[in-house]
Design a protein around this ligand. Structure first.
Ligand SMILES: [Ca+2]
Ligand SMILES: [Ca+2]
Ligand SMILES: [Ca+2]
Length: 284
């Protein structure tokens, strides 16, 4: 009988103390669209005073009031870059709409919580750009409050360590959004890989949710990813022995239950899928 090791996540791990950085709040009035429509707002946020560290996430809030041209609050986009709009080399975050924007022009306190597509390392200037995406419309953003959140190590956030043959039953519902580009909660699992074929399958109810997964090495460098819209997501590759990390994350704000299966060989997975035939768990 195949040995299944089931991990059921019943609570969140305590987060390590992090160093965050906040800028003094500021206003952006008559915010319009990006060129060629024009009128967007941009600032270098004081020009590079942020302490050197790896910042992986951001939290932004602002009071939003419609101007002319019929803007909606869900058209309020922010961007983080390394330079002004004519000299951008690095886009830390591309057009990102608020968590609570609405399809209307009513005043609202907007919040954005997100993960940088490329982590910001501090020291170098960080530019903040704001725009209203609807052509010809403007809005006032006041009391813009930006906090940069220092990166959290995957090793510190692992929910458990899987060996070949293990299955993890998890659920990202309500979990913190620590990794990747979207605002969904996410889980990290460590893999104790004996070397050779590394085969991962992520099953979930794709009629309700859309989960994705990524594989990282021990230095937390991304090796592979699976971001189709259907279940199961699959990653297969040949990797040397060592510790690896799997990130289970949702598309946009999709969260829910999943079964993550780590098998040493594609044949084992095929047997499981074909009817639960007994397979022997590989031992080192
Ligand atoms: Ca998380
Ligand atoms: Ca996430
Ligand atoms: Ca997916």
């Amino acid at each position: 009988m195949k040995k299944l090791v089931l991990f059921c996540v019943v609570g969140l791990l305590a987060a390590p103390a992090m160093a965050d950085y906040s800028f003094a709040p500021f206003d952006a009035l008559n915010v319009g669209n990006l060129p060629p429509d024009g009128g967007h707002f941009e600032t270098d946020l004081g020009g590079g005073a942020v302490p050197v560290a790896t910042y992986s996430r951001f939290e932004v809030s602002a009071h939003w009031v419609a101007g002319g041209g019929g803007p909606w609050s869900n058209e309020a986009n922010l961007f983080f870059t390394d330079n002004d709009i004519n000299n951008i080399s690095v886009i830390y975050q591309n057009g990102y709409t608020a968590d609570n924007g609405a399809a209307d022009g009513n005043p609202i306190d907007l919040t954005w919580t997100g993960v940088f597509a490329t982590s910001y390392q501090g020291g170098d200037p960080l530019w903040f750009l704001a725009c209203q995406a609807y052509v010809g419309s403007t809005a006032d953003w006041t009391g813009i409050d930006i906090t940069l959140i220092e990166a959290m190590a995957m090793s510190a956030h692992s929910l458990g360590t899987l060996a070949p043959g293990d299955i993890a039953n998890g659920d990202t519902t309500g979990h913190s959004n620590d990794f990747k580009y979207n605002r969904a909660g996410d889980d990290i699992w460590a893999l104790d890989h004996p070397g050779g074929t590394l085969d991962l399958s992520l099953a979930f109810d794709d009629t309700l949710i859309d989960l994705d997964m990524w594989l990282f090495d021990s230095a937390e460098v991304e090796l592979d990813g699976a971001w189709e819209t259907t279940s199961p997501e699959a990653i297969t590759g040949d990797y040397p022995a060592g510790t690896y990390y799997v990130l289970v994350d949702g598309w946009e704000d999709s969260e829910g239950a999943y079964t993550l299966t780590y098998t040493p060989e594609p044949t084992s997975l095929a047997l499981l899928v074909l009817g639960g035939l007994a397979v022997v768990r590989r031992r080192r």
